[in-house]
Ligand binder design. Structure first.
Ligand code: NAD
Length: 297
């Protein structure tokens, strides 16, 4: 029987358990604060940012939203980030990407104070994560680790294949999988757009994490019987729905679920975990910046 990994349920669990930590902080006079920064008119980014703000409100985190004119100079963005760095009520700063073209996104991510970098994009935090003494883990791979924990996915000694090498998903996921730690210790292969024979790799894998952004390009014939399949992809494709589109993953769910041992659906798999772990990182950031000890779930 294939087990469908319920990301909505695990995310709800994470958010509930964060409640205790938030209460502890509030008793000590600290309300965790997250700032979202938007400099883009991409409708998907606007949706993501408003979802993140709503999530904050639901769990008792103070949300601040800063929006810049899309034709403003890049310096305005860097200044806005500096202001948030200096604001003691803001513990996490999230700069929504993609950014407008006049902005050097690497410069923007470097401007965020490392201790407020809840996305884990700052080179200092990336370096710390790679070295195995992380300040934050990036939200999507961290959320996937939480799913592994909840669903008893054994990573130690497993053959893992990560499809995709982005800074936000593929690279950090592979790094966490190879760490000498719980939820690590996997023998990990990273595949990408120049990989010659993708199926030859995925067919050998006990764990496949698909993060390429190509709709349904991994099907059941490319998977090993009993594998854990984590579908990170969120692809908007035209469909006869009220909105005119639907969201589908990188994995062809119908054929994959007949082969997989465990599988995440899209939606309702990785997506809600990414959102929950942003709240997690914000609470951790608030605790570390104020010196109020909390137990992180
Ligand atoms: P990206 O475009 O930055 O990177 C995609 C990666 O996939 C690249 O490294 C590329 O080498 C690789 N790739 C592309 N085509 C390939 C192919 N045919 N075969 C093998 N590798 C291929 O994307 P990203 O930001 O990492 O996001 C990937 C997908 O995950 C997107 O659909 C995105 O919307 C989604 N996403 C979801 C969440 C979530 O919370 N569920 C979070 C972040 C991203």
């Amino acid at each position: 029987m294939t087990e469908v990994i319920d990301g909505d349920a695990v995310a709800a669990d994470v958010r509930d358990s964060l409640g205790d930590a938030i209460e502890t902080l509030k008793r000590e006079g600290v309300t965790p604060g997250l700032a979202t920064v938007l400099m883009s008119d991409d409708p998907a980014s606007e949706t993501y940012v408003s979802m993140k703000q709503r999530d904050c409100e639901e769990v008792g985190i103070d949300g601040v939203h800063v929006e810049l004119d899309t034709d403003a100079p890049a310096a305005d963005l860097y200044d806005a980030i500096e202001d948030l760095n200096a604001d003691d009520d803001v513990h996490g700063v999230l700069v929504q990407s993609p950014l407008v073209e006049q902005v050097d996104s690497r410069e923007a991510f470097r401007t965020v104070a490392p201790e407020k970098d809840v996305d884990c994009f700052h080179p200092e935090n990336v370096g710390r994560m790679v070295a195995g003494h992380e300040r934050f883990k990036p939200c999507t791979p961290h959320g996937i680790q939480k799913l592994f924990e909840h669903y008893d996915v054994e990573t130690e000694g497993a053959e893992a294949v990560v499809v995709g090498r982005s800074m936000i998903v593929g690279k950090p996921m592979a790094n966490l999988l190879i760490q000498k730690s719980d939820l690590g210790n996997a023998t990990t292969t990273v595949c990408h757009s120049r990989t010659g024979d993708l199926a030859a790799h995925t067919r050998e894998a006990d764990i496949v994490v698909a993060a390429a952004g190509v709709p349904e390009f991994i099907d059941g014939s490319m998977l090993k019987e009993g594998a854990t399949v984590v579908d990170v992809g969120i692809n908007r494709v035209d469909a006869d729905t009220e909105k005119g589109y639907e969201l589908i993953g990188d994995v062809e769910y119908e054929s994959a679920k007949d082969v997989a041992g465990k599988i995440t659906p899209v939606p309702g798999g990785v997506g809600p975990m990414t959102r929950a772990m942003l709240l997690w990182n914000t609470v951790k950031a608030a605790s570390e910046q104020t010196g109020v000890d909390v137990e992180m779930p």
